[in-house]
Design a protein around this ligand. Structure first.
Ligand SMILES: *Cc1c(COP(=O)(O)O)cnc(C)c1O
Length: 367
């Protein structure tokens, strides 16, 4: 679990009115969103470039008296735009209020079975939180020493498999051929691939959904499309899986996406040029950042994401993170076995990366 800023709510004593499940929850702690604006914020993998101007125009155009009306509960325009982009049918697309919501619905709709759900020991720390919320039994499968996912380790009875690709917080990419290998051997349960970072360096498994009716690919507009503040996520899979998500969604909230989010997200998929341009800029900055960190003596895992995962052989990661913070640079540190000596650093704007590197050089020179 991540320990960063203590959630004040979790330190309050239990209340007699709580439903029993609330006592058992260990909520996810998101990366800090500091109120100070002068910070170099490299802790939550936001895109340093703004969203497409066409997204902003589309949202402005939606600002009218029509806000008194409910949005389209099925967000059909958006499903069509996503279907066009990924060359699938709209009935193979599900949308939700951020991919965190899509994932939560997938855990409930598709991953809750008597056999345990499998996921890597080092991965997105929200997965065990959903298991706690829904009472899903799970087993973590250790990544290899080099933090690669070995698909053969998942060839065992299970009630579902989920992993992030590229993985978080390591940034390592699992090749599509390995995912196909896993799907060939795992026909009886759902495999969810969480592709929050896929556009920064991998090929999407959406190419496999027509071949495997048990594959669900989850993506977000928060990272490569610079819309973390709009809260839009999606899933692509066989219509049978999408139908399960719709059934749970329509038993919970009919309108997860508001009118502004639908309009902005449609425009985001239509403006391919802005998307290509900004994601290439982030990838180029990542290559430079990795080289500069290695120059400073860091060991950096190969990253296909918009962040890098790095450790210094001679420096304590928690101390480095604290020293960076004193210099107004915030990165993410996880107090978790196997990775406590790593820092997860978001690839920022070139100016932010330069500020990070200057601060690190200063800290390392101080000894
Ligand atoms: C950021 C992230 C998400 C959540 O994205 P939202 O759409 O903003 O909710 C999901 N999975 C992983 C691995 C992420 O890093």
């Amino acid at each position: 679990m991540t320990v960063e800023t203590a959630d004040p709510a979790s330190t309050r004593p239990p209340n007699a009115y709580w439903s029993p499940v609330v006592h058992r929850l260990t909520p996810y702690v998101p990366g800090e969103q500091p109120k100070l604006s002068h910070l170099v914020k490299l802790n939550t993998n936001e895109n340093p470039y703004g969203p497409s101007p066409k997204v902003l125009d589309a949202i402005r155009a939606e600002l009218s008296d029509a806000l008194r009306l409910y949005p389209d509960p099925n967000a059909e325009r958006l499903k069509q735009a996503i279907a066009d982009y990924h060359a699938v049918a709209p009935s193979q697309v599900f949308v939700g209020n951020g991919s965190d919501e899509v994932l939560a619905l997938a855990f409930q709709a598709l991953l809750h079975h008597p056999a345990p759900l499998l996921f890597p020991d080092i991965t997105y720390s929200f997965y065990p939180v959903y298991c706690g919320l829904y009472g899903i039994d799970f087993v973590t499968v250790p990544l290899a020493e080099d933090f690669t996912l070995q698909v053969a380790d998942y060839a065992r009875p299970n009630g579902g498999i989920i992993f992030a690709n590229p993985n978080a917080p390591t940034g390592r990419l699992l090749p599509l051929a390995d995912i196909a290998w896993l799907l060939e051997r795992n026909r009886d349960s759902v495999v969810v691939v969480d592709e929050a970072y896929i556009d920064f360096g991998g090929d999407t498994a959406i190419a496999l959904v027509d071949r495997y009716p048990n594959l669900l690919v989850v993506q977000t507009l928060s990272k490569a499309r610079s819309l973390a503040g709009l809260r839009v996520g999606l899933a692509v899979g066989h219509t049978g899986l999408i139908e399960a998500l719709e059934r749970v969604k329509n038993s919970f909230n009919s309108y997860p996406l508001d009118r502004l989010a639908i309009a902005g997200a449609v425009a985001a998929f239509e403006d391919r040029e802005h998307f290509e341009h900004t994601r290439r800029a982030v990838i180029a900055s990542r290559v430079e950042l990795v080289a500069a960190l290695e120059q400073l003596g860091f060991e950096v895992l190969p990253s296909a994401a918009n962040f890098v995962f790095a450790r210094h052989p001679a420096r304590n990661a928690a101390a480095l993170a604290a020293a960076l913070r004193e210099r107004h640079v915030i990165v993410r540190h996880f107090r978790q076995p196997r990775i406590e000596q790593f820092l997860r650093i978001t690839v920022g704007h070139p100016d932010q990366n330069a500020a990070l590197l200057a601060a690190l050089a200063e800290i390392l020179a101080e000894g």
